[in-house]
Ligand binder design. Structure first.
Ligand code: NOJ
Length: 537
């Protein structure tokens, strides 16, 4: 296990979407047994830590982000003792484990919500959630105009006439963070997992915990599944009181040296986002600005510079991420016209718009760029294989609540969650000994770990090599931008120089030893849509 307390500052964290990683018991669903069997693969890949998506008891209405018991493991995934054994084994291989904390909402099957349903209006049981009377004659209208992130009203009415709040699916009632029981419960949950060896938490919907006490109307229709509007005193996003909760959690983590929390906070304004990174708050926040940036030199550089500046203001480092289980995989995003809504394209967009080869080249170039930046990088399972989004999943297999809740206007996020291919052939391509809960597309076996291992030029070997030599390019310097023309992003850090070519023509690169590049150099020049790492003298 890495000994440094600040191990996370430049760490590479690998996101395991457990359902789709590896299936140890041939039921078609990934599980802890499968993950345990693949830990050596992750060690060999060269990552420092693993973030495991929610594995708790859950009816899986939102892939496990609907938790019915935060201290037990969903039987589909294994048992609590398997989870703790997995953590110990991972630690033994030098891998830290981050658990996914889901504090904004529980499942409607959580014992607290079930108690609330059985209890009268105004009871302490209901006070743990947000229950309100409706508006209009006999309260038949929702209490306000808030819209769920997945679509439709954020309120659902109970037979007794009261409404409850759910910023996501109706099966995910929002907790009331003004309630002392809620605060105490989560303090205990944090300790529960830290005591079992977890090195910390990825915190879900970190920007949504606190709601305006008077529940005022928002007044505008919020766009679903994207960066929320960032305004002062928004009724439910990014409210100042969130920081009191974070400080409380941080004081607990400080009792466990080396533990870390990373916020999933969709906050548009960097100065406001940086508040989450103050020394007594989160260690890290996800940097979705970088992920959302189109593939062009100016936007990328602006987003990087803004992240570096804002984090350094509070003495922190940024994080970088290009793919996760909520967004279209970057190998596909970058193959579509930029400034384009790839989520809508999934459903019925013109398939001819996709240039898959271009997407793959840009994806590798972006990865190399990300890994050269100060701070920590998050990889999403399968990106090391160059997996694209599976955009043609049949409608009948869709599992993501977004499909129904958006009134069938968005296909949802399943295309990034297809079980990953480990072998060229066989049942579910080595994912398990039987089928896979989402169908794997034709040709997926050619992208498998088996097919790519030890194959020069494969995506997997490219990632392994980049992770192995990364420490040389990181140096310890800060970023010094180099001017190499309008289409080239270049910077130096210590002895290392990173050059990214966004333009249409090959470009010259500085003298030095080429550590690695995302595409082969041609006649010593860096081709379009490629990144190179160079060590100077
Ligand atoms: C963010 C998670 O990443 C996403 O998958 C989930 O649907 C929502 N939060 C709600 O928990």
């Amino acid at each position: 296990m890495p000994s440094s307390i600040a191990w996370w500052r430049h760490a590479v964290v690998y996101q395991v979407y457990l359902r789709s990683f590896a299936d140890g018991n041939a039921d078609g669903t990934g599980d802890i047994a499968g993950l345990r069997s693949r830990l050596p693969y992750l060690r060999d890949l060269g990552v420092d830590a693993v973030w495991v998506n929610p594995w708790y008891a859950s009816p899986l209405k939102d892939g496990g982000y609907d938790v019915s018991d935060y201290r037990t493991i969903n039987p589909d995934f294994g048992t609590l003792s398997e989870a703790t054994e997995m953590i110990t084994e991972a630690n033994g291989l030098g891998l830290r484990v981050l658990v996914d904390l889901v504090p904004n909402h529980t499942s409607s099957e959580h014992v607290w919500f079930q108690e609330a349903l059985r209890s009268p209006s105004g009871s302490p049981e209901r006070a743990r959630y947000h229950f309100l009377p409706g508006r209009g004659a006999e309260g038949v209208e929702p209490p306000n105009d808030w819209v769920s992130v997945f679509g439709g009203s954020a309120w659902t009415r109970l037979p007794d006439g009261e409404w409850y709040l759910h910023l996501f699916d109706p099966t995910q009632p929002d907790l009331n963070w003004g309630n002392a029981d809620v605060r105490a419960e989560f303090r205990d949950i944090l300790r529960f997992w830290l005591d079992r060896g977890a090195s910390g938490f990825r915190v879900d919907v970190a920007h949504g915990l606190i709601k305006h006490p008077e529940y005022p109307d928002v007044g505008v229709v919020e766009e679903m599944l994207s960066m929320p509007r960032d305004v002062d005193d928004h009724p439910f996003w990014n409210r100042d009181e969130i920081h009191d909760v974070v400080k409380e959690w941080r004081s607990i983590l400080d009792d466990y040296p080396g533990s870390v929390m990373v916020a999933e906070a969709w906050v548009a304004d960097w100065d406001r986002l940086a508040l989450y990174l103050r020394p007594d708050e989160y260690h890290q926040v996800f940097n979705f600005h970088f992920l959302l940036s189109p593939w062009d030199r100016e936007s990328m550089q602006e987003s990087i510079a803004a992240a570096l500046d804002a984090s350094s203001e509070v003495g922190a480092l940024p994080t970088w991420v290009l793919s996760n289980h909520d967004v279209v995989r970057h190998a596909t995003r970058y193959g579509l016209p930029q400034d384009f809504d790839s989520r809508s394209w999934l459903l019925d967009g013109d398939r001819a718009l996709l240039d898959a080869g271009l997407g793959s080249r840009r994806a590798k170039a972006a990865t190399l760029l990300m890994l050269a930046l100060p701070g920590s990088a998050y990889l999403y399972q399968g990106e090391e294989l160059g997996l694209p989004e599976v955009f043609d999943l049949p409608i009948e297999v869709l599992d993501d609540p977004v499909w129904e809740k958006s009134g069938h206007s968005l296909k949802g996020r399943d295309g990034s969650r297809v079980p990953i291919p480990w072998t060229r052939g066989g049942a579910s391509l080595g994912f398990g000994d039987d089928g896979a809960w989402l169908p794997q597309p034709e040709g997926w076996g050619e992208l498998s770990v088996e097919t790519q291992t030890n194959v020069e030029g494969s995506s997997l070997e490219f990632y392994r090599n980049a992770l192995q030599v990364r420490s040389q390019i990181l140096g310890d310097g800060t970023v010094e931008w180099l001017d190499m023309g309008p289409s080239v992003l270049a910077f130096r850090r210590g002895r290392g120089t990173t050059v990214v070519n966004f333009g249409p023509d090959p470009v010259e690169i500085p003298a030095g030893e080429v550590l690695t590049s995302s595409s082969d150099l041609v006649g010593g020049l860096l081709p379009p849509d490629a990144t190179v790492w160079i060590i100077g003298h």
